[in-house]
Write a protein that binds this ligand. Structure first.
Ligand code: NAG
Ligand code: NAG
Ligand code: NAG
Length: 242
């Protein structure tokens, strides 16, 4: 009974998200058909990222991120009450799913991601001692993410399968420069702040690739949790021929 309502809801969501989408374009994929999977993702991704309140799937663009804590190679930072923007503009491709549907991997190419909110930092970045707290904004250039996730499948009361995420591995590579803006560095010492920003912009690639992983694990982790809630509501049989 419950499942019938949810399927009806899903169809409604597909119709309301775009008049062009019909239940016909949403045929379950037979593995390992990568084109079918990429097409499926193109349909599901905007729905999940946009948020589905009926399924407790929250918006992933913009996304509210309460706290990101990093402690990498002597550099400690905390980003609070942040907003993450831009994930809906990323393109997801190269999806592979193993036969047992326990491993799903894909690439995500993002033109730009923006994170802003409050920061605290201390320690040192590479060779530069840093200290500060205040407002911040990070505007990245192009990023390529490779995401590898482990899933398990559980059966619901009516015998239908549901995917559930067990773990996530993210490899993030910055491809073009990131712009950093941290207000009130060194208690407002402008000269040291300018020096800091110059260092950050000159070394954007090394800094991004060395210190960004707590940010991606938190933000992509939230996307993954939202995707999980979607999977809890919609049986796997709707996506993949079992
Ligand atoms: C983040 O927001 C919460 C709730 O609005 C507030 O209590 C907290 O002080 C904020 N944190 C920072 C660092 O501004
Ligand atoms: C797809 O995967 C291939 C092989 O791993 C890689 O070279 C390529 O960059 C990926 N494409 C995208 C758009 O990420
Ligand atoms: C995802 O959900 C799990 C389980 O509810 C929780 O422990 C974890 O903190 C969440 N991850 C993020 C990044 O919000």
């Amino acid at each position: 009974m419950c499942k019938v309502i949810i399927s009806a809801l899903l169809i409604t969501i597909f119709y309301s998200a775009s008049g062009a989408i019909t239940s016909n374009t949403f045929k379950p994929c037979k593995l390992p058909n990568r084109d079918c999977l990429d097409n499926l993702i193109n349909i599901l991704r905007p729905l999940i990222i946009g948020g589905i309140p009926e399924m407790e799937v929250e918006s992933s663009d913009p996304m509210s991120v309460e706290e990101i804590v990093g402690d990498v190679s002597g550099f400690k930072y905390k980003l609070s009450n942040s907003t993450w923007i831009g994930y809906s503009n990323c393109v997801q491709t190269n999806m592979t799913v193993n036969e047992a549907i326990t491993k799903i991997e894909y690439d995500v190419n993002c033109p730009s991601l923006i994170l802003s909110g409050k920061y605290e930092m201390s320690g040192q970045i590479i060779t530069l001692p840093v200290e500060g707290h205040g407002d911040y904004k990070i505007i990245t250039g192009k990023y390529q993410l490779h995401i590898a996730s482990d899933f398990m499948t559980t059966k619901d009361a009516s015998g239908k399968s549901h995917l559930s995420l067990k773990s996530l591995k993210i490899k993030a590579v910055a491809l073009t420069p990131t712009h950093f803006d941290f207000k009130n560095m060194f208690n407002g010492n402008q000269e040291k702040s300018d020096e800091f920003h110059k260092f950050m912009h000159e070394n954007w690639k090394e800094i991004s690739d060395s210190f960004d992983s707590p940010i991606f694990y938190t933000c992509i982790g939230k996307v993954a949790n939202n995707t999980n809630r979607f999977f809890q509501n919609v049986p796997l049989e709707d996506f993949i021929l079992l």
